[in-house]
Design a protein around this ligand. Structure first.
Ligand code: COA
Length: 532
């Protein structure tokens, strides 16, 4: 074993201050998560309960095996927009009858569970996760369909929801729809395209057009039950496979359906693993509040991998990027973690080599971000930093082993790409509250804009207004800062959630377990042309 050492002194003033700053950020995060939990608010929750209905998360809880975790995804979807935080949809991974499943549940307390542009993004992301990891998809349905005022943003791309359901089915990934209420118009295709359908008596309403629309279209008089009730679909149309007497009966029947799926994981559970030697609580004090101050990512690795056991690869070369092998909850992982912030040519080449090794050995990769990007300057340009950065980006892009990304601190510029940012399709990507991500740091960006404006004024022979420049710089800096923050980025679905650093090992363990449902094989070749 190669157990990592630690230099963390929990009594030092720096550690304490950093811990305090992180706790303050976590308190802010909790307040935003509480908004997602509150859904449509007191009034609508009460009305929902008075109707004898369960809330979205209560439905999920009854569906899952008792005392098993639920890894909720994208809880901050819609943050910073005009829509309710959480985007009227709950998504996540949980265990049903011993099978890890991807669960989505409409929140009918938020605008009747209608889907807005962020709900759509969140649902599509959930489907992507189900696909990549071969997780059965269970949709707990009760929705007013498209959020009508924002229909232009969702009607056309929203067709992908139904396409995904049938593509999952075609790929042998089971889909189950449990209908608790409205599932009308386009929404009717959720049960319509699912492999298994359960409907709740006198609650499910599944029709292409409700009574008023039918009256308008054909003049026919009808009612909800005869057009789309559970009993009608179970006895007459055949759209419902199972008729549930109430919500709990529906969830019980959903569990029975999953129990009979014969859905098998590609890899056996590795069994219990030794926890890290150091207390994860200490992760709160490791990231400096000022991201310009570097920190040693080995301190993080030591608190997330099994037994703090880490075999570093090329420790003496390209030292601004730490690479090495470990196991996490028993699953082998190759880790790439930024150490000094900047990526130089050596780090880029080391990363490309390391990624190829992981592919040869079929080992998933974990990227721990704290980078300001690739080094700039004459010496580095002449040394081929573009070629070397491109090598790393090529390796990340064409790697076929599953990737996980955690944004701990900075994730700026092309460094975000090389470290497997969102566009590089990591299976999962999470951020710590201390993370920041943007094309570059706010100060640098404001400074660049100012230089460009100054040069433009000079080229036109105009005087430069220094006072206006200072005001503009301050404004731009503030704007970029707010757009770099994890809650803002999570709101836009650029990650799968902002997590407490102390939960990192657990979250990654749940992800690795989900990942090992699907078989994978590293790329033995098939990389693009490595520009040497
Ligand atoms: N788009 C935008 N807002 C919607 C909505 C939708 N599709 N469906 C409901 N809402 C809003 C309502 O306007 C209401 O807002 P308010 O409280 O500010 O007045 C709130 O959500 C709750 O709706 P309400 O009708 O009071 O709830 P309900 O539980 O009694 O009924 C529905 C829910 C979904 C059955 C009903 O609202 C409905 O039929 N909506 C329209 C469905 C539709 O035609 N969708 C288009 C399909 S593509």
């Amino acid at each position: 074993m190669t157990v990592l050492d630690t230099a963390v002194d929990t009594h030092s003033p720096e550690h304490r201050a950093q811990r305090e700053a992180m706790l303050a950020k976590l308190a802010e995060l909790d307040a935003e998560h509480a908004k997602a939990l509150a859904g449509g608010g007191e009034k609508y929750i009460e009305r929902h309960r008075k109707r004898g209905k369960l809330l979205a998360r209560e439905r999920i809880e009854l569906l899952l095996d008792p005392d098993t975790p639920f890894l909720e995804l994208s809880p901050l979807a819609g943050w910073g927009s005009d829509y309710t935080v959480g985007a009227s949809l709950v998504t996540g991974i949980g265990v049903v009858e011993g099978v890890e499943c991807l669960i989505t549940a409409n929140d009918p307390t938020v605008r009747g569970g209608a889907s807005n542009p962020w709900s759509l993004k969140k649902a599509l992301r959930a489907h992507e996760i189900a696909f990549a990891n071969r997780l059965p998809l269970i949709s707990l349905v009760e929705s007013g369909g498209a959020d009508l005022p924002s229909q232009k943003e969702i009607f056309i791309p929203g067709g992908a929801i139904f396409r995904d359901l049938t593509r999952l089915s075609a790929a042998g990934i089971p889909t189950v729809a449990v209908v608790f209420g409205n599932s009308t118009a386009g929404g009717a295709y959720v049960p319509g395209m699912s492999d298994h359908v359960i409907m709740v008596k006198e609650r499910a309403k599944v029709f292409l057009g409700g009574p008023p629309l039918v009256k308008m279209a054909t003049g026919e008089e009808s009612d909800d039950e005869s057009l789309g009730g559970a009993e009608m679909h179970a006895r007459v149309s055949g759209l419902a496979d199972y008729f549930a007497l109430d919500e709990t009966d529906a969830l019980r029947q959903a569990r029975r359906v999953v129990a009979r799926l014969n859905h098998r994981k590609a890899y056996p559970d590795p069994g219990p693993a030794e926890p890290p030697k150091y207390d994860p609580e200490e992760l709160l004090g490791i990231v400096p509040d000022d991201l310009k101050i570097p920190f040693d990512p080995r301190e993080v690795i030591a608190r997330i991998v099994d037994a703090s056991d880490f075999d570093e690869f090329k420790p003496l070369y390209g030292r601004s990027l730490t690479t090495g092998w470990a196991t996490l909850h028993g699953y082998p992982v190759g880790i790439l973690a930024n150490a000094q912030g900047v990526l130089f040519s050596e780090e880029s080449q080391k990363a490309a080599q390391f990624i190829q090794l992981a592919n040869q050995r079929d080992i998933p990769l974990l990227f721990l971000h704290n980078t300001t990007g690739y080094m700039v300057g004459k010496e580095y340009e002449q040394g081929g930093i573009i070629k070397h950065g491109a090598m790393m980006i090529n390796a990340v892009s064409n790697s076929k082993v599953p990737h996980l990304s955690v944004l701990m601190g900075a994730s700026y510029g092309a460094g975000h790409y090389g470290m497997c940012g969102r566009a590089y399709d990591p299976r999962f990507l999470f951020a710590w509250p201390s993370a920041k991500s943007a094309v570059m740091g706010p100060q640098q960006l404001a400074g660049v804009l100012s230089i460009v404006a100054r040069q433009s004024a000079a080229a036109k022979g105009k005087p430069y207004d220094e006072e206006a420049d200072a005001a503009l710089r301050a404004m731009v800096e503030q704007q970029i800062e707010s757009e770099s923050l994890p809650m803002f980025l999570s709101g836009r679905l650029y990650d799968d959630g902002v997590i407490d650093p102390r939960d990192t090992r657990t979250v990654l363990g749940l992800c690795l377990s989900a990942i090992h449902t699907a078989p994978y094989e590293g790329a033995r070749g098939g990389f693009g042309v490595f520009r040497m």
